[in-house]
Design a protein around this ligand. Structure first.
Ligand SMILES: CC(C)(COP(=O)(O)OP(=O)(O)OC[C@H]1O[C@@H](n2cnc3c(N)ncnc32)[C@H](O)[C@@H]1OP(=O)(O)O)[C@@H](O)C(=O)NCCC(=O)NCCS
Length: 193
């Protein structure tokens, strides 16, 4: 089966709500429980990612569902302008372990390398017991940066650690240098004229 990624748009909101509800039924993955997956949560994520980040989805071949999604976005204040945060990825339980998560991440990171020289850092947090996700992120080039002790109340056992991870864009270009270069170029051309 061949799958392709595309950028999400606001008309995807119902399909994304259904996808997140299916994924949240499996305990130990995303932080939110099924009752916390609301239309407001989905729309807010979509708007922030479309306006100030990236949201990619994979459609079900020969169907009308969305079967996988990844999103991340910039957080205020402006000192964080070089960072895409709040990264979440979900793959429909029926389609997991078939390479869709890898396809989404590779598309996202390639897009950032090729088109987003303003982004230096992509960051995410995974609960320590989500070994599958952490192993997966490490293979993609994310590095563990520490641990937030007892951050997750998993409601069944004790509190568990949340693991912050980051990936760096080798093509990042400091934006003030870009602006300065553009300014000096225009000063230069002014002088020549
Ligand atoms: C985590 C998730 C996004 C991965 O997507 P996926 O499509 O299943 O992943 P892929 O098929 O592309 O496999 C990616 C990697 O997962 C890892 N993996 C798969 N099964 C694993 C397992 N049982 N244990 C440990 N790692 C495992 C491997 O590193 C694999 O790489 P490989 O192909 O080199 O072996 C998906 O399982 C998911 O949506 N889980 C529920 C939601 C969730 O946990 N989101 C992340 C919150 S931080």
């Amino acid at each position: 089966m061949s799958y392709t990624t595309r950028f999400a748009n606001l008309t995807d909101k119902e399909n994304l709500l259904e996808l997140y509800k299916r994924v949240s039924k499996i305990i130990g993955g995303i932080a939110r429980t099924e009752s916390e997956i609301t239309e407001t949560y989905i729309i807010n994520n979509l708007k922030k990612s479309i306006n100030n980040g990236i949201c990619l989805v994979i459609d079900q071949p020969n169907g009308d569902k969305i079967i996988a999604e990844i999103h991340c976005y910039k957080l205020p204040p402006s000192v964080f302008d070089h960072i895409l945060s709040e990264l979440t990825i979900v793959v429909d339980p029926e389609y997991q372990n078939q390479g869709l998560g890898t396809l989404l991440f590779n598309s996202l990171l390639k897009h950032i390398e090729n088109n987003r020289t303003d982004i230096l850092r992509v960051e995410l947090i995974a609960r320590e017991s989500n070994v599958k996700a952490i192993t997966f992120y490490e293979k993609l080039g994310f590095k563990i940066e520490g641990r937030f002790e007892r951050r997750i109340d998993n409601k069944t056992e004790n509190f568990e650690a949340d693991i912050p991870m980051a990936w760096f864009n080798k093509n990042y270009t400091p934006q003030n240098i870009t602006a300065m270069t553009a300014d000096s170029l225009s000063a230069e051309s002014t002088r020549i004229c």
